[in-house]
Design a protein around this ligand. Structure first.
Ligand code: UD1
Ligand code: CA
Length: 473
């Protein structure tokens, strides 16, 4: 029986990213709401089992490992970062178990699995020792250039060298084909020759790119496969490139959503993370942000300037302008905003309303309940069809502990009431406006807790008369 070739993916992610001028490791910088390295891991893990993916980490290795442990990849630590060639030397032991492997760069995050598959298949078919992915962007400045062997003056698939930007001779400047930093290697010839790498270059580093010339000189087959889609192989070395690739991802995401039936007005102004899901016939207005693992059902309208993160929005929900929704769940047909702030743990029931300047936190509103104006609801459980009047405040914090407020079905809370927790407002009861409720209210009762009104007949008229007398004397 023919054995399947053992195939791995190594991702070089140990570099510091000096050009980002950051305190944080380069590969943890985000585009599309996800660390650069996580994008690359996702592309790799669709090609091979995640157990065969090796991330080579070094600069702030622990932080990188902690941030990406959940992906299930293996980590190899490159203690000192002495170049891309050195990164692969470090992973020699792990990779020697495989016949061939791909090498990806942690800072080339838009790469597609399809392109990796083509690279792998081409490499195996060509029986090459090294296959590199090449592209021709409008401006290849800064990238290594691919030098192909010519036949009758025409370039062939065979590569003789990769020359880094800084080492280009004036004659080589005309080579516009860039090295994408994505390679396939046959394990044996690579490791038989990798010790020939030297640090005799501008950065005093071991360049993996030098393996093209080394293998070629050793009589091994080195070839290139070109991709037409150069946007996939753009690298991130500075903040401007980070912003540009983030925009590319956002644009891709909006295009995908629109293709699946979502209306997005002025998509170029919307910020939608890679893992967000939106169902058909939802409308997203300009300047909306949908972040993290947010899921939005169909027939919703998300109005401008709303920021929704890690939340679930039911069908037919209207989120009016300027609302902030974080780690919350909104039931079908609910109306939120304008200017609502739903903090983590808020659950808004079907057809419930949360209105202007209402803040909620760990608060559940039942079906059809309303808190329409200027209210704070924290650590609160509200039943169905409750009316929470304007300016109601749950006093959930005593300076040391948080306490719960319960408002049962059909209760009516008059405006400007303060509910001092822990407290329970019984089913169908009323709280008079401006009450300060410190004790439980039984079902169907009326509770009033405020200063009595005093009326002094004629008081104002007499005051004015007194003043008139004074001025006339
Ligand atoms: C590299 C290529 C260049 C190519 C470009 C494509 C080299 C010498 N040059 O240049 O030909 O056009 O990518 O984007 O390889 N890394 C390590 N350990 C190290 C050094 C780097 O893991 O010791 C990692 C970095 O974190 C990064 C990747 O390798 O993810 C590439 O390194 P970088 O320094 O960005 O190489 P470039 O200058 O972009
Ligand atoms: Ca780079």
């Amino acid at each position: 029986m023919k054995r399947e070739p053992r195939f791995a993916v190594a991702i070089m992610a140990a570099g510091k990213g000096t050009r980002l001028k950051s305190q944080h490791p380069k590969v943890l910088h985000q585009i599309g709401g996800k660390p650069l390295l996580e994008h690359v891991i996702a592309a790799a893990a669709q090609l091979v089992p995640v157990a065969d993916v090796y991330a080579i980490v070094g600069h702030e290795a622990e932080r990188v490992r902690n941030a990406l442990q959940h992906t299930g990849v293996n980590f190899v630590v490159q203690k000192e970062q002495r170049g891309t060639g050195h990164a692969i030397m470090t992973a020699r032991q792990a990779l020697s178990a495989y016949d061939d492997f791909l090498v990806l760069s942690g800072d080339v995050p838009l790469i597609h699995t399809d392109t990796l598959r083509e690279l792998r298949d081409f490499h195996l078919k060509q029986n090459a020792a090294m296959t590199l992915l090449a592209a021709t962007p409008p401006d290849p400045t800064g990238y290594g250039r691919v030098i192909r062997k010519l036949k009758n003056g025409k370039p062939t698939e065979v590569v003789t060298a990769i020359v880094e930007q800084k080492a280009l001779t004036p004659a080589q400047m005309k080579f516009r084909e860039m090295n994408a930093g994505v390679y396939a290697f046959a394990t044996k010839p690579l490791f038989a020759n990798i010790d020939k790498l030297t640090t005799d270059n501008a950065h005093r580093e071991f360049y993996l790119t030098d393996m093209a010339a080394i293998l070629s000189r050793a009589g091994e087959r080195v070839v290139a496969v070109a991709t037409n889609d150069f946007s996939q192989v753009l690298g991130i070395n500075n903040r401007a490139e980070l912003a540009r690739l983030d925009a590319v991802l956002r644009e891709r995401k909006c295009a995908e959503l629109m293709a699946s039936g979502v209306t997005i007005y002025r998509p170029e102004t919307c910020v939608i993370d890679a893992d967000v899901q939106v169902e058909a016939d939802t409308i997203i207005e300009p300047f909306v942000q949908l972040l993290g693992t947010t899921r939005i059902s169909g027939e919703c309208r998300i109005r401008s300037y709303s920021v929704i993160s890690n939340s679930q929005i039911g069908a037919g929900v209207v989120v009016r302008p300027g609302s902030i929704i974080d780690e919350s769940v909104i039931g079908n047909g609910a109306i939120i905003g304008p200017y609502s702030h739903l903090r983590p743990g808020s659950e808004v029931g079907e057809k419930a309303h949360v209105g202007n300047f209402v803040e909620t936190k760990k608060a559940r509103l039942g079906r059809g309940s309303k808190a329409n104006h200027l209210t704070y609801l924290g650590d609160t459980v509200i039943g169905d069809n409750v009316n929470v009047g304007a300016g109601t405040i749950t006093c959930n914090y005593d300076g040391v502990n948080k306490h719960q407020t319960v408002i049962e079905d059909g209760a009516f809370i008059g405006s400007d009431s303060t509910l001092v927790a822990p407290v329970r407002i019984g089913k169908g009861s009323y709280v008079g406006a401006a009450s300060c409720i410190t004790r439980d209210v039984p079902s169907d009762a009326l509770a009033i807790a405020r200063g009595q009104q005093v009326v002094k007949e004629g008081w104002a008229r007499e005051k004015r008369a007194g003043k008139a007398q004074k001025t006339s004397t």
